[in-house]
Design a protein around this ligand. Sequence first.
Ligand SMILES: Cc1cc2nc3c(=O)[nH]c(=O)nc-3n(C[C@H](O)[C@H](O)[C@H](O)COP(=O)(O)O)c2cc1C
Length: 334
Amino acid sequence: MAKKVLGISFGRKMSNCDIMVKQALMKCEEEGCETAFIRADDLNIENCTGCIACTIGTMTGRGRGYCVKHDDFDILDENIMQSDALIIACPTYETSVTGRFKTICDRIGPSHDITFRKAAYDEGKAAGKPESALPDARAFKKRTAALISIGGAMTENWICLTLPMMYEFTFPMAIDVVDAVEYYGAMAHESVVGYPEMMERMTKVGENIVASIKAESEEERTKWRGDEDEGACPMCHTRLLQLSHDAKTVDCVVCGSHGTFEIVDGKLKVSYTEEEKKRSRLYWGGKLEHSTEIKTQAQPSGTIKNLKELKQPYEDFVRPPFPTDENAYGNVKK
Ligand SMILES: Cc1cc2nc3c(=O)[nH]c(=O)nc-3n(C[C@H](O)[C@H](O)[C@H](O)COP(=O)(O)O)c2cc1C
């Protein structure tokens, strides 16, 4: 059966993101894959309300990890479940991902976190529950992805948070990112179709995705196929480090792994121990650490006996928004 590659664009209709994803998908089709393309803006997906019913469900074994809301997220979810690989492109808005991208990420994780879903699946299976009462086993299927971030700005730093944030889409399901492209300076081209080097790079994205899904070993499947970068984290290949409070060590913002650094030949060299690499939230170990802290340390309702009384002053503190003048500048109703 042909492997399925799903392309998702968060950009404007027929603008850069759409075209770049489609170019990569065309290569996948040429190599014998079946493809599907989704424009996120065509979907009506509501924000996560933070009810955590998805997580409580998988933690208690009473739920399957689904959201209580049933909107177009279900279409996206089913497409992801059917896919073997993803190619995702997101524009940069205010140095980061778009609001819709973040909305979708919040709906994906923690409901799709494999350490929650797999535990619920295994426990339910052992208890003899039917497959229909368990989390969707396709959530644990090994998948690869390519991430593409795009920004109009001519200065690379203006897109600096987009690619790191895009890992929020892939890490809950442990989807292995094998290629990533940061395209900045998009405003210098009317459309990416007039930028042959970038279009060729997109063909390469398609090639890399096909190579990953056709790989015969795990090493080959997860191999990094993107550009090599001396400053990149060895696990996630992004370059976003956070200094510790004492300024002596660093954390990878995407992975959560803790590293040390030294200056070697004038270059900042960051090192992670093997143990810290396994703590990356891209992998099972990092995710399990977090789901275990939720399972063991989150306090249940009823822990604070006089909670209602303690909250009362805040319940009573009701203040309306400042009055607004409908004729004020920028707020004129015509
Ligand atoms: C609200 C808004 C904020 C933006 N902020 C940035 C930015 O911080 N950095 C940047 O490089 N481009 C920024 N852009 C430009 C877009 O990233 C750029 O137009 C991109 O090509 C959009 O993707 P699309 O062509 O696929 O729609 C912004 C655009 C909008 C609409």
